[in-house]
Design a protein around this ligand. Structure first.
Ligand SMILES: *Cc1c(COP(=O)(O)O)cnc(C)c1O
Length: 395
């Protein structure tokens, strides 16, 4: 990242940061589909391999299109270093493999992406990394869960699907006091709405699959932080183990970043208006959206985020039967668990994303049978309302 990039506004960085023109003087960013690179001489090859001379060797290590994406995302998150990964899950895996060792302990929010929980409990646990879970918003629970071998606190804010908000400044102070790292999955807000590094986080992880792509095309991820943790430790794992991003996907995400702020603001505006409308419907018993003054952490969300994002959860009367009836009565909303797309999606968390939890764990997480989650897309919000109205009329 050049100083030029950091001095400019967010929108300018989103369009320009990290681009290096080739001798062809192309205007748009090129894609470099090459697995390896050639050297001028045997001596240069030796210098590259020994690390004496910086430069490309092999695309598991570096690729110009991928680097362009990494530098642009680093410029937007305000981090020194970014590494792109093949998926959001490999971003999380690479982070923990890069920075932790057997015997270390993680304290995690229990309101995290289900597969992340499987990664912690089934796979990291096999290699001697232990994880304990706490309620995202209960600072004293985080404090009590920290042990002498705790090395990382992990969370998503806002949480999925209930939009609970973590107090990042408070958790960062707690992490620093106990010599551990605060790692934030910034998938729901993206740097367009929230920059965790500026609020004390040490590392940001992303599923680029969601809003960074924004149009449901590619799977990818990224890790952002300082030159040591991310530039050395996480990158070292990535170039060795190999869950790197392909240049084609990097190019798609690069283009996604150019419109990220416009899209996130449009998703947020539509979700705010839909959440207000839902709150007025007699068949809806509760709406979970941090942009609503009724949300218990509305003030904290206002402090940490510039807008409230595109994800709404709401509870309908009639439990699971009511929720399923509403989903099945829609004419064109997409019934899928994916999110962060231009297309509005609707899902029933209790039987899909959170279906594998025990009844107690689900109750603890507030995932009731009547709960629905909508990822508000970029269609006309009146049309989204009208499609939901079909089902509401039957409840
Ligand atoms: C989807 C998602 C992930 C996993 O990302 P993939 O790109 O599907 O591997 C991680 N965290 C959150 C919050 C997600 O929504």
């Amino acid at each position: 990242m050049t100083n030029f990039d950091q001095e400019k506004g967010f929108a300018t960085r989103a369009v320009r940061a990290g681009q290096v023109r080739t001798a062809e003087n192309e205007h748009a960013e090129p894609i470099f589909p090459t697995s390896s690179y050639v050297f001028d001489s045997a001596e240069q090859a030796a210098a590259r391999f020994s690390g004496e001379e910086p430069g490309n060797i092999y695309s598991r290590f570096t690729n110009p299109t991928v680097r362009n994406f990494e530098q642009r995302l680093a410029a937007l998150e305000g981090g020194e270093s970014c590494v792109a990964t093949s998926s959001g899950m490999s971003a999380i895996l690479s982070t923990f493999m890069g920075i932790l060792s057997a015997g270390d302990h993680i304290v995690s929010s229990r309101s995290i992406f289900g597969t992340t929980r499987v990664l912690f409990d089934k796979y990291l646990a096999k290699f001697g990394l232990e994880t304990d879970y706490v309620a995202l918003t209960d600072i004293s629970a985080w404090q009590q869960a920290i042990k002498p071998n705790t090395k990382a606190l992990f969370l998503e804010t806002p949480s999925n699907p209930l939009n609970e908000i973590a107090d990042m400044a408070a958790l960062s102070a707690l992490a620093k006091a106990h010599d551990c790292l605060l790692i934030v999955d910034n998938c729901f807000c993206t740097p367009a709405l929230q920059r965790p590094l500026a609020q004390g986080a040490d590392i940001v992880v992303h599923s680029a699959t969601k809003y960074i792509d924004g149009q449901g095309r590619c799977v990818g991820g990224a890790v952002v932080g300082d030159n040591q943790l991310v530039g050395e430790d996480v990158y070292g794992f990535l170039r060795t183990a190999g869950p790197t991003m392909s240049p084609f996907n990097a190019w798609t995400f690069l283009k996604g970043l150019e419109t990220l702020e416009l899209r996130m603001n449009a998703h947020s505006a539509a979700a705010s208006s839909l959440a207000q409308w839902l709150e007025q419907q007699p068949q809806v018993s509760k709406v979970f959206y941090a942009g609503l003054p009724s949300h218990p952490q509305h003030e904290l969300a206002k402090k940490q985020q510039s807008a409230f994002g595109g994800i709404i959860a709401f509870e309908v009367k009639g439990g699971r039967a009511g929720a399923w009836k509403l989903i099945d009565s829609t004419e064109w909303l997409s019934i899928t668990a994916n999110l962060g797309d231009t297309k509005t999606t609707i899902t029933h968390p209790a039987t899909t994303t959170h279906g594998r939890l025990t009844d107690e764990a689900r109750a603890e997480s507030g995932i009731t049978q009547g709960l629905l989650r909508i990822s508000v897309g970029l269609e006309n919000v009146e049309d989204i309302q009208a499609d939901l109205q079909h089902g509401l009329d039957l409840l």
